[in-house]
Design a protein around this ligand. Sequence first.
Ligand SMILES: Cc1cc2nc3c(=O)[nH]c(=O)nc-3n(C[C@H](O)[C@H](O)[C@H](O)COP(=O)(O)O)c2cc1C
Length: 192
Amino acid sequence: MKKIAVVYHSGHGHTETIARHVVDGVQSVPDMAAVLLRAENLTANPETLAEFDGLIWGSPTYLGGVSGVFKSFMDTTGKMWRKQQLRNKLASGFTVSSLPAGDKQSTLLSLFVFSMQHGMIWVGNPVLPEQHNGVPYEQAANRLGSWSGLMAQAGHAALADAFAPGDIKAAKMYGRNFSLTLNRLHAEETIS
Ligand SMILES: Cc1cc2nc3c(=O)[nH]c(=O)nc-3n(C[C@H](O)[C@H](O)[C@H](O)COP(=O)(O)O)c2cc1C
């Protein structure tokens, strides 16, 4: 059984909704067990992350970057960086914002650079936006066109679970792809 943690912060529940669907996607692949961990609960003991095979980061986009709570968590991993305790683990990231663009790319880049500093292996979001195959925009997975990580959009002041169906579908596909990538990585290890 491979262990994956989805580490997230969510001020008003939107990022948490996407995180739950990512977990569903991760666990749609046999022998993958995923847990949801709130970033603010890890700051006292981030070393617990070393027990996982893969880590998926999730933060809302606040003012064009990760939220302050998520950044505080990131900074507590400094001691782990010195020992490279997360080296060669799989990593990926997702973000939610209220505007169609909203500078979400900047948030994903922060999560990417954070993962690279820890020596991790980044997994993107290799999904062709389904509107290109005629799926209606709201229903289309990766309708927002993000390959470096997962993006989702919650309308301004929307309920925590009020996402376009395409964003929910994309979250599940993204989680599933992460698990399949982890399987491929371990398959290569057993060959050599
Ligand atoms: C302090 C703050 C800053 C925000 N900055 C942005 C932003 O830069 N771009 C954007 O599109 N939305 C922005 N938003 C909206 C949030 O990204 C959006 O409401 C998101 O769904 C929040 O997710 P959460 O409920 O998980 O916290 C901001 C919200 C807050 C509270």
